[in-house]
Write a protein that binds this ligand. Structure first.
Ligand SMILES: Nc1ncnc2c1ncn2[C@@H]1O[C@H](COP(=O)(O)OP(=O)(O)O)[C@@H](O)[C@H]1O
Ligand SMILES: [Mg+2]
Length: 374
């Protein structure tokens, strides 16, 4: 390999007229400008200037939230370490997923699919003194993937050593499944977002009772499933789309639900909650049943694993003797995803891929994320 240290510098300034690209030899102290290229971006100028000076303050709020969450993530880390009497130098790295505020995967109409997470990793690295790995999804999207779900690769690495067909069901806001067949050399790993996890039940109870979630699914358990509403919800095109696929509150949200309710006569809010629970259980169980061989062990994780009514329904729809939680695999359900992002950080630092192309639809496996040194 050449001893010459060649770099490319890219700059687009406030004028937003062009991208100034330089090829520079930085082997010696004095930079040697070897070549230049100017790429016209005047076609984007108006969009850049509108966003840069928008009177709507959405971007300013994003900037504020990005920093605020960065501070909170750092504080959470520092508190965790101080409880354990550990210091920054004891920790190899932080893997931070960040808070998703917009997810537009390849199947949406956007010209450029994207996913945005906030919680500034620069701030995390600065306030903790620990190398932070973040921005895991966007490299997969750059490879044509969904950038989601990312946990199946972790499920495979940690829960995958099995002779039987094992399913991991992560019930967060959104629900995703991973099907582990023991040996993936013959068949690619399968995993995708099945649809809503807790998101609709959370929104509905919040709107009607002012609670943040339906503890144990007790409210849902008091209602009756509205068959016509359930059928309408099950007809949602996303559910019959083939994988790879990912979704979020951009699709499954309160106004989406309200549109469905408008087509029905007056209904009780308790019955709607019961229907949303059934919808969640059905979308997960229908997805699991649609694959052969069917899973002979099913382990649930995410906060939804604590929704007793939902778990009961899932057990009935699947098989009670086969369905349990990841507690039985050694990781309590509510911590699996955070462990996954610690594992993804390790993958990145070791120069190993973190995505599973058969899951996300990316054209190849890749090292994910960016490293923000301590
Ligand atoms: N005891 C419980 N009963 C019912 N639902 C619960 C319980 N504990 C957590 N949840 C649900 O889990 C959600 C949080 O799950 P989590 O896995 O953290 O999701 P996310 O990854 O989307 O943040 C809560 O909003 C709630 O809906
Ligand atoms: Mg959560």
């Amino acid at each position: 390999m050449s001893a010459e240290k060649l770099y490319v510098g890219l700059m687009s300034g406030t004028s937003a007229d062009s991208i100034d690209a330089v090829l520079v030899n930085l082997t010696a102290t004095t930079p040697k400008l070897l070549a230049t290229h100017s790429a016209d971006i005047r076609g984007l100028k108006s969009e850049i200037h509108t966003l840069a000076s928008s009177s709507e303050n959405e971007i300013h709020r994003m900037g504020q939230l990005d920093r605020e969450l960065g501070i909170r993530f750092a504080q959470a880390t520092n508190e965790l370490l101080s409880h354990e009497n550990l210091c920054a130098t004891d920790i190899t790295a932080i893997g931070s997923h960040g808070q998703t505020i917009r997810h537009f995967p390849p199947t949406t109409t956007s010209e450029h699919p994207y996913s945005i997470q906030v919680g500034d990793p620069n701030t995390i690295a600065q306030l903790t003194g620990i190398t932070t790995v973040a921005d895991f999804r966007r490299r997969d999207i750059a490879l044509g993937g969904h950038g989601a779900p990312l946990v199946p690769a972790f499920h495979q690495a940690v829960f995958g050593k099995t002779d039987s067909c094992r399913a991991i069901v992560n019930i967060g806001g959104v629900a995703n499944i991973t099907l582990l067949n023991g040996d993936t050399s013959n068949s690619p790993l399968l995993g995708y977002d099945t649809g809503p996890g807790n998101v609709l039940m959370d929104c509905w109870i919040n709107q009607n009772l002012g609670l943040s979630y339906d503890q144990g699914g007790h409210w849902a358990a008091q209602g009756q499933v509205i068959t016509s509403l359930l059928q309408q919800l099950l007809d949602t095109p996303y559910l019959s789309q083939p994988a790879p696929k990912s979704t979020g509150p951009e699709l499954f949200n309160l106004s989406w639900l309200t549109k469905h309710l408008e087509q029905l006569p007056e209904v009780s809010s308790t019955d709607v909650q019961a229907t949303l629970l059934e919808f969640t259980a059905r979308t997960i169980s229908d997805a699991l049943k649609s694959h052969t061989p069917t899973a002979s062990e099913i382990y649930c994780c995410g906060g939804g694993a604590y929704n007793t009514s939902l778990m009961l329904r899932l057990k009935t729809l699947l098989d009670p003797s086969l369905t349990s939680s990841t507690e039985h695999l050694g990781i309590p359900p509510e911590w699996v995803e955070a462990v996954a992002f610690a594992w993804l950080a390790k993958q990145t630092l070791e120069g190993k891929p973190g995505n599973e192309p058969s899951v996300t639809g990316a054209s190849k496996a890749s090292i994910l994320g960016a490293i923000y040194p301590a």
